[in-house]
Design a protein around this ligand. Structure first.
Ligand code: PLP
Length: 422
């Protein structure tokens, strides 16, 4: 008897998810239109009243004393480096797998990134490997809450206390995620959020620096606006006290951000409900490793990241190639998924070539340690994750509901049940 299998779309079968099923992100309604048009009709399109209100409202929402709104999450990260008092040649610890600017923000201040491998299970920095990366030059640790799962903050804060280091939270993907009941961005010394198009709070581009420390606020604010010490809302003396950039947000963007912030809790609970529906659909699928949410951790499900069990699938030797074959088959079914970062951070040319500003700076500066080593073999778990993952953001985003998540899950199951034909 012949066993009938549903034909995969990549082999000419019917797509599991019809075109046009996924709705666009973010959902826009009349409150967004009014907020942006009111700003347009206002008198200040630079750092205007919406920027000041956005800072106050975001700080209130997250539970921080202070906030500074920026034109990107990367700008806010650079401000964190400065707020932590890092200067030329100082070392900052960062996970070997993240968005590029989790590490390049360190270079922006002539400091040296030192990478630490990740824990394959959580995809976040492996706390057991942090201490061996600490040297007399280390000043700070960047805890990235990757894909919306908080980093192991108790362990990180304990190591920081022991070695007198500062902790920066890269919360650019983790709005609303919680660690032991506390919102991310309230645990370390200062934190950065992003409001880029794809994030759980979207204002097009934009970001937020947050802290509870007044000294850190002052240092970050000086970098943010030309190296001046007074904000555009105060009477400025236009004197540059330290090296500064122009990282300010603008009123139109802040107006959009504010109106989206009012809906953020609703977006996040939709994301959570959708992730649960997807997980129910996928549980037990052979060859798949589902993302974890350990006890005490509350994921925001910014990016639902799957890994393929290449040992079970018999593709240990060609893991990345086979992963791309599966991803193509998923995309053919209409699953909106893709490989997120295809390089671990230390493998990127800027680090391998050790050339940030020319003449080998900052690694060549007299203050820098000579023995900083970026050989990629040190980051086995990051590489394994890199080679075996595929991620999803849009299928979980409002206004898509659990029906879309379940359809997505069924499409993934269809491919995995027929993976031997790929
Ligand atoms: C998006 C992102 C950033 C940078 O944010 P931008 O607003 O794009 O500058 C930094 N870190 C992580 C983990 C991110 O996902």
């Amino acid at each position: 008897m012949q066993i009938l299998t549903p034909k995969l779309a990549i082999h000419g079968g019917k797509r599991a998810i019809p075109d046009g099923t996924l709705k666009k992100w973010p959902p826009i309604d009349d409150s967004d239109r009014k907020a942006v048009l009111d700003s347009l009709d206002g008198a200040n399109h630079a750092f205007g009243p919406n920027c000041i209100a956005f800072e106050k409202e975001f700080a209130g929402w997250n539970g921080n004393r202070y906030a500074i709104t920026t034109n990107s999450g990367t700008a806010a990260l650079h401000m964190c480096i400065v707020a932590c008092g890092c200067s030329t040649g100082d070392e900052v610890i960062v996970p070997a797998y993240s968005w590029s600017s989790s590490a390049t923000c360190i270079l922006h201040h002539s400091c040296i990134p030192v990478f630490v491998d990740i824990d394959y299970e959580t995809m976040n920095i492996d706390p057991e490997k942090i201490e061996q990366a600490i040297t007399p030059k280390t000043r700070a640790i960047i805890a990235v809450h990757l894909h919306g799962l908080p980093a192991p903050m108790d362990e990180i804060m304990a190591i920081a206390r022991k070695h007198n280091l500062r902790v920066i939270e890269d919360a650019c993907q983790a709005h609303g995620a919680k660690y032991k009941g506390r919102k991310v961005g309230t645990i370390g010394h200062c934190s950065a959020f992003s409001f880029n198009q794809n994030k759980s709070l979207c204002s097009g581009e934009g970001g937020m620096f947050v802290t509870d420390d007044e000294e850190m606020l002052r240092a970050a604010r000086s970098l943010w606006s030309f190296g001046e010490t007074r904000t555009p809302a105060e009477s400025r003396d236009y004197h540059v006290y330290a090296l500064g950039w122009m990282y300010r947000n603008n009123d139109l963007t802040a107006a959009f951000g504010r109106s989206q912030l009012r809906k953020l809790d609703g977006f996040l609970s939709a994301q959570r409900e959708n992730a649960q529906a997807l997980a129910e659909e996928l549980r037990g699928t052979p060859g798949l490793i589902l993302p974890t949410e350990p006890a005490g951790y509350e994921h925001n499900w910014y990016n639902y990241t799957l890994r393929f069990d290449m040992e079970a699938l018999g593709h240990l030797d060609d893991a990345s190639d086979f992963r791309y074959r599966i991803v193509k088959a998923l995309q053919a079914e209409g699953v909106r998924t893709d490989v997120w970062q295809s390089f671990i951070l230390p493998a990127m040319t800027v680090f391998q070539a050790k050339n940030g500003f020319g003449h080998g700076h900052p690694w060549s500066s007299p203050q820098a340690r000579r023995s900083v080593d970026y050989s990629t073999a040190q980051y086995r778990m990051a590489q394994r994750h890199c080679d075996t993952h595929t991620g999803m953001t849009r299928p979980l985003r409002a206004p898509n509901g659990p029906d879309v998540a379940r359809l997505t899950g069924a499409a993934i199951r269809k491919v995995m049940e027929n993976v031997r034909y790929l």
